[in-house]
Structures are given as C-alpha cells and as structure tokens.
Design a binder for this molecule. Structure first.
Ligand code: CO
Length: 204
C-alpha cells in the first residue's frame, strides 16, 4: 500500500542488513498481480534447532522479506506483498504506523509477516484513502473493516497473533488481498470504477 505523496515527508533511513537489495515492483496490469500465492513451507529442518524454537525460516525467505522491506521503504510505501515483486509466496511486509507522519515512521519498524491470515474482522468499517505501489499515482477511497485479528509467522517462523485497528488494520487487509490476486480496484463501487476507467485503460 502507498500513501498520497502530499502526506509523505522524507523518511529517515532505518538500518537493515547490508546485503539487502532493491526489487522491481510489478505494475498493473502485470498478470502476476492476479495470481494466488502459495503458502510458505520451506523451513529449515527443525532438528538443527532446540525443540522450543519451532520451525525456522530459510535464509532465502528471510532475504526476500528484508529485500521487500527495503523496496517498500525506498518507494515510500507502508505495505508490500510478495506478488508485487514477482514472488508467488504468502509473504507481506507492513509498516504498522498509526499516523502517516515521519515521527511515527521512524519510531515504528516495518515487519515481515509469513502466511498471514485474517481470523477475525469487525463489522464496523471505515472509508479511507489508499494507494498501491503497483498503481503509481492512483488513490482511492476504500471501505475496510475497522479492526482485524491476524495470525501469521514472523521472520523467525514463530506463530504470532495481532489485534489491530485503523491504519495498520487497513494495510493488513490490502496486503493480504494481494496474496489472493485481489487488488484495491476490486473493492470500489461501480461508479468509482467508471470514473477511473480511462486511467486504467492507459495502463493496459
Ligand atoms: Co497494493
């Protein structure tokens, strides 16, 4: 997900491992954005770890997660899903900020979520503006559940559960949609779609 450039201030660089690399972001209408992603199962053999550690994530998956974080930050995004960088794996990165400010962005670290799943959604919904790094310059008002409960694995392979609301809840819903080939243009009304028809045609 991306935010309106008007709301963006320059982000102070957060330090990540040196071997990270920027990835190319697939833009709409790249057909990969419509594919369903596979669950990540390629863990290291658990025998190499103490039983309490649980399964660990392979170096390849870890690197992909970090590269996705760097790519997201570099492109001033607040969320990114693996199919957007050409990987059909159920991995998302989220910058779980409450407000779109530079202070918030430097205070909170972006995180990698593997096999994320929405297990609960509030009935209450909020309409707010969203962008997407695969649709540069397009911002749409999207209705999303106000609160969601997420189950996922972190970059260590540990099972985690998060209850979140507001902007982070929106980011999770947007990114998890990507893993099933669902894009934010699928979540708008017929009338909104008519309005952006020309813009979408330009991309085809
Ligand atoms: Co997106």
């Amino acid at each position: 997900m991306s935010v309106n450039p008007i709301q963006i201030e320059i982000l102070t660089k957060i330090r990540y491992p040196k071997y990270m690399a920027l990835l190319e972001i697939k833009k709409y209408p790249d057909p990969i954005l419509r594919k369903k992603c596979q669950e990540v199962k390629d863990y290291n053999p658990p025998t190499t770890l103490p039983p309490s550690a649980g399964p660990s994530v392979t170096e390849e998956i870890k690197k992909l997660g970090w590269d996705m974080v760097e790519t997201m930050v570099e492109n001033e995004g607040i969320g990114l899903a693996a199919p957007q960088v050409g990987e059909l794996k159920r991995i998302i990165v989220v910058h779980p900020i409450e407000e779109r400010t530079i202070e918030e962005k430097s205070k909170i670290k972006p995180q990698v979520f593997i096999n994320p799943k929405i297990i609960k959604k509030s009935r209450e919904a909020i309409i707010d503006e969203e962008g997407c790094l695969s649709f540069p310059g397009l911002f749409l008002k999207i209705k999303r559940a106000k609160e969601v409960e997420i189950e996922a694995q972190n970059e260590k392979g540990e099972k985690i559960r998060i209850e979140t609301e507001g902007l982070p809840a929106r980011i999770f819903q947007h990114e998890i949609d990507h893993l099933d080939g669902i894009l934010f243009i699928d979540r708008i009304s017929f009338w909104q779609k008519l309005k952006i028809r020309k813009k979408l045609k330009q991309w085809h």
